[in-house]
Design a protein around this ligand. Sequence first.
Ligand code: SF4
Length: 438
Amino acid sequence: MTQELHQLLLKYYGPGGRYGIYPGLSHWQSNLQTGQWMSHVKDNYSPEEGVDLYIHIPFCESLCTFCGCNIKVTRDHSEENTYINKLLSEWAEYKNKIKTPVIRSIYIGGGTPSYLSIDSLNFLLEGLLKDVSLHHDFHGTFEADPRSLNKDQVKAIKKFGFDRVSLGVQDFNQKVLDNVNRSQSLEIVKQNTTMIRAEGINEVFYDLIYGLPYQTKDSFNDTIDKLKELNPDGLSLYPLAHVPWQKKAQKAFGIYEPLNINEKISLFISANDKINKMNYQALGMNTYVQTDSVFINKKKKKELKRTVMGFMSSRSNILIGLGVSAISHTPTSMIQNEKIYSKYLNASHLNNSIYFKSHLKTNREKLLLPIFEKLICNSFLSKSDLEELDLWNKTIEIFIKLEQDGLVEVKKEGLYVRPLGIYFFKNICQIIERASLS
Ligand code: SF4
């Protein structure tokens, strides 16, 4: 499979989004009128479904030179309060529209959520959960930097019902980490993992990145081998997005250029082989979970869900993103908050000044997102799903070609994604998307 997968990854290599939202940001029309977004939130809300919250904490104490996130590098912690106050006032604008909302999930990402002092974190969580109720299936995820996470923070999130910490591990090789300005030891990741579990948080996920300068097959294999002992519940294995024209810090890679596509694929395949031989199953879209995980269970029952944050065991129809650059989503429309920190602090939903971008979905776009979600979460699309959009006949010939490559199986009842095909979800979604435009 290794050689075959390498050839196929090369053959199908190309740009494209992750289909966690649709359409992707570059296609948004910024065509929402004042007040329209809040009406959509209100109209799509039901207490049974609840809402999902994404909270963006942009602060980082130092800059990792590979980073593509919207961040504010500062060691001045006095800014935390101003920011959280603003974030909570944004949340209050939503709570004016939906009284006592039911919260289905909270995902605190960044930047670095573990940058926050314990007082700031408690202030944030208390503010978020004031005058709301929690959904019976509530889940909470907290992204953390192993260099700043502490026991008090873990105790605080546990108290508020969070059940997952996602640790930014990236790599265990010191030379690779030092070169991207991230001094972080294996020991600290180990200590964090043990501490999170001892505090009763059920799931510890790791983020890893491949394609960094100085990474070799041997060095990255060594990183993957260390997972055996640490035993995280899930992994994200992201390729480096090398875009120095957008992210100037990437120029700090110096004379060592990131790996070329062949080297990058080799690194991925070797890591993927090792991970699959451990107690993990690939879900696709760079995600691996332990074989007895709730995600696998949900996938078997065709109940797995997906949002812009990745796979979820459950989700509502509404994602409310709070904070600078955060993305929000309803079945009808989407917005992205102001991306410039100082502008976000002074912006509001009342006059639309908070929106960096917005998008009112077309009927085609409204129907396509659930199709992409079903495909990626269930590895199956029924013929009727595609026929409803008049896409079965338009795609069948292309899917037969993919079948010859062993990626899918076309049957009379629909399209099955084969185990090899889960590495090509993006390509399959692109085929459907292009057909929908023809
Ligand atoms: S990788 Fe994480 S810690 Fe590093 S700069 Fe980006 S958001 Fe901050």
